[in-house]
Write a protein that binds this ligand. Sequence first.
Ligand code: IPE
Ligand code: IPE
Ligand code: MG
Length: 246
Amino acid sequence: MKRTPPSAQIESGRLPTHVAMIMDGNGRWAAVRGKERLVGHRAGVDSVLRVVDWCREASIGYLTLYAFSTENWRRSAHEVSGLMRLMGLMLRTKVGLLRKRNVRLRVVGRRTDLSAALQRSIAAAERDTADGTGLQLILAISYGGRAEIAEAARRFACDVRDGKAEAEALSDDAFRRYLYAPDVPDPDLVIRTSGEFRLSNFLLWQCAYAELWVTPVLWPDFSKADLQAALAAYAARDRRMGGRRA
Ligand code: IPE
Ligand code: IPE
Ligand code: MG
């Protein structure tokens, strides 16, 4: 992999507007320390809060974090309930901090999968940060790209049935309006930690032209220098979007 030194000057015009992160490697981080997986997830939450600050400093507009996938329900009941507890705790205890930092928090995913208490914490955190005009932080919880597309198709079909939309008029842009957060621009850069080269059902529609960056670093160890390295690599990429070089 060609590495651009983090010290490379990043012109603001070459900064991604939207960075999406697949926060992977918490379990392995705990395993190398001889600890149970939830210890890694707890360290992962601290990493989230640091990354939010670094993205604000870097003037990133949108940060989407993949916190729990539709497939993660297959994990042990102990791990799933621990993760749910951690997410609820984070939403309840860090919302003041996010507000102070002018962050607007939103959640995408299949909310009805979540407990009523967690759904309430999400709604409260979204409401309490709704007037944030700085970084938009989007947490993907019980999120699956296929589920999002299937849900959008289902809602479109219902609109056609109810005479609110025309099947023949459906375009890419019209379909986008049925996704979870249609006003959020597509991710420019996807960062995956822990060295896996896959999307794992993350933002399948939105990542059509995203630049991908994979680092072997485990999520709890993800540092400011790692983020800067990813941003520098992004700045050096030639995004042709299917067109020809100028
Ligand atoms: C990422 O860490 C967090 C979630 C998927 C919830 P993992 O739990 O997947 O960690 P590894 O991949 O087992 O190391
Ligand atoms: C992707 O990580 C999901 C999240 C980071 C929330 P996984 O650990 O679940 O992905 P796989 O199983 O390695 O593809
Ligand atoms: Mg993993």
